[in-house]
Ligand binder design. Structure first.
Ligand code: PHE
Length: 503
């Protein structure tokens, strides 16, 4: 639409220039009845067609009506207003005029009207001073002048009159930039919009020969190329991965969201009647309901340790059911991944020390709120070596969290079915000015390691933390639903900066 209108404006300007030899943008705007700026735009684009027109910039004096001037041009001058308000027969008192018209208009208008001899102040027979009309008809010249000026016809008006009106604050003087367009050396009225692109069709048909092409603008800024953007969680994940790799850890395969209860709970010495194994806390699979493969021989040993009096443990003294262990669930922690890996290591002919880590998704049947989701990510690491102690765990936690910029740590005893001792890790947050929980940790129990077949003097220290928490702190996100899930604004992913943990 706009393009077509612009086209015809170009044509119209060229026609006028062809007829008159030259034309000013101000005159053109008035003739075409359109905005001056639009005409200037069209002239500028004609100027870009080489030598079709010559354009000369001119500065002209312009007179503009002030807002009071506009009011007068529409409603008449103060003097005419006062004249109109005076009773033609009995006259009117100044006090009355002031009341009808306001004090300023009455005073100003009276002064002008008296000077113009339209009105006079006389004493009545009763001795009262009143304003009377002196003529029966008036011509509101100020109004007429202002209307002329509004139509930009100030050329016809005497300088003195303009100055008078300026003094009365009805006019103000300004300058306007106008452009004088005249024929250029390659003047034509037959302009074609220059092509922006040479197409295959133009080459095939030969139509390019008759066309003009827009010159390349080599200083134009390019468009940003479209590209993918990593979610903040993925950015923070790669930072954590980097830390583990620097510390000599190997990543575990985590590609199974569906896990058997066996690896998620039983292998971790978590009793079958434990509340965490309830449908309120864990998502159970309907189909397939049961896991296909569980190592029988090992499961037998797990049964023994749960039931008790085996591997030096009293166990839980209950009837362990294979059926329960086979139930498929969505894994509730990545410790299930660690359990699988430790079992695999125990199958080696000779054990050798290892350091492993994982960062992946887990699922819990939670009530959702600003800090809890049904799926989130866990970061987990373990070291398996001969004779590791709690001191080794504390040492490695200091080293690990130091790489995240957390040097001020506190440990608090806690309980996990699979670790003994167990410690929650707290770090002092300088900005939030409080201790915040940053992880959970412990030494895996013999009840977990011995049934797997690991040598008796091998111990495993392990810790885990959430990926969401440091990400929310890092990116200043207070509601977890703004970070992850169906309510996430993709623009957030697009806009978020690189992640660099303060190491
Ligand atoms: N699995 C624990 C959790 O879900 C974390 C943890 C990992 C604790 C390893 C101790 C050892 O919070």
């Amino acid at each position: 639409m706009e393009e077509a209108a612009q086209e015809s404006l170009h044509q119209k300007i060229l026609r006028v220039v062809a007829e008159r030899g030259s034309a000013s943008s101000a005159v053109l705007a008035k003739d075409f009845g359109c905005d001056h700026q639009t005409v200037v735009g069209a002239i500028k684009s004609l100027q870009s067609l080489k030598d079709v027109v010559d354009v000369e910039k001119r500065q002209a004096e312009v007179w503009l009506l002030t807002s009071e001037g506009k009011d007068v041009a529409q409603n008449g001058s103060h003097e005419a207003t006062v004249y109109g308000a005076v009773n033609p027969d009995e006259g009117t008192s100044q006090a009355e005029l002031e009341e009808i018209l306001s004090k300023t208009i009455a005073e100003l208008g009276m002064r002008q009207a008296i000077a113009k001899k339209w009105l006079e102040v006389r004493k009545t027979a009763a001795g009262e001073k009143r304003v009377f009309r002196k003529v029966t008809e008036i011509k509101d010249d100020v109004k007429t002048l202002l209307q002329k000026i509004e139509e930009q016809k100030w050329q016809d008006i005497e300088k003195g009159q303009l100055k008078d009106l300026q003094r009365r604050k009805l006019l103000s003087k300004g300058v306007s930039n106008t452009f004088l367009v005249s024929k250029g050396s390659a003047f034509t009225t037959q302009i074609e919009k220059p092509e922006a692109e040479l197409t295959a069709e133009m080459i095939a048909s030969g139509s390019w020969k008759g066309k003009t092409f827009k010159p390349y603008n080599f200083s134009a800024k390019g468009l940003y190329p479209k590209s993918g953007h990593l979610h903040p969680l993925m950015k923070v994940r790669s930072e954590f991965r980097q830390i583990f790799l620097e510390m000599g850890f190997t990543e575990m395969p985590t590609n199974n969201f569906v896990e058997s209860s066996f690896w998620n709970f039983d292998a971790l010495f978590q009793p079958q009647q434990h509340p965490a194994r309830d449908a309120h806390d864990t998502f159970f699979m309907k189909d397939p309901k049961y896991a296909a493969e569980i190592p029988d021989e090992y499961a037998e040993k797990v049964k023994l340790v749960h039931e008790g009096d085996c591997y030096g443990s009293t166990g839980y003294q209950y009837d362990w059911k294979f059926e329960e262990a086979k139930k498929n669930i969505l894994r509730t922690h990545t410790t299930a991944v660690s359990a699988r890996m430790l079992y695999k290591l125990s199958q080696q002919e000779t054990f050798s020390p290892v350091k492993y880590f994982s960062v992946d998704r887990v699922f819990r049947n939670e009530a959702l709120d600003a800090t809890h989701l049904a799926e989130f990510h866990q970061i987990e690491g373990f070291i398996a070596d001969y004779d590791l102690t709690l001191a080794n765990l504390i040492g490695i936690l200091y080293e690990f969290f130091k790489k995240l910029g957390m040097t001020n740590l506190k440990f608090k005893p806690t309980y996990n079915p699979y670790t003994e001792p167990s410690m929650e890790v707290f770090s002092y947050h300088d900005e939030m000015k409080k201790w915040i929980e940053v992880g959970n940790s412990g030494v895996f129990r013999p009840e977990m390691l011995l049934p797997m077949g690991l040598p008796e003097n091998v111990s495993v220290i392990a810790w885990g933390l959430s990926l969401e928490r440091p990400t929310m702190i890092k990116y200043g996100i207070s509601n977890i639903r703004d970070l992850f899930g169906h309510k996430v604004d993709l623009q957030m992913v697009h806009d978020n900066p690189l992640c660099r943990l303060d190491k």
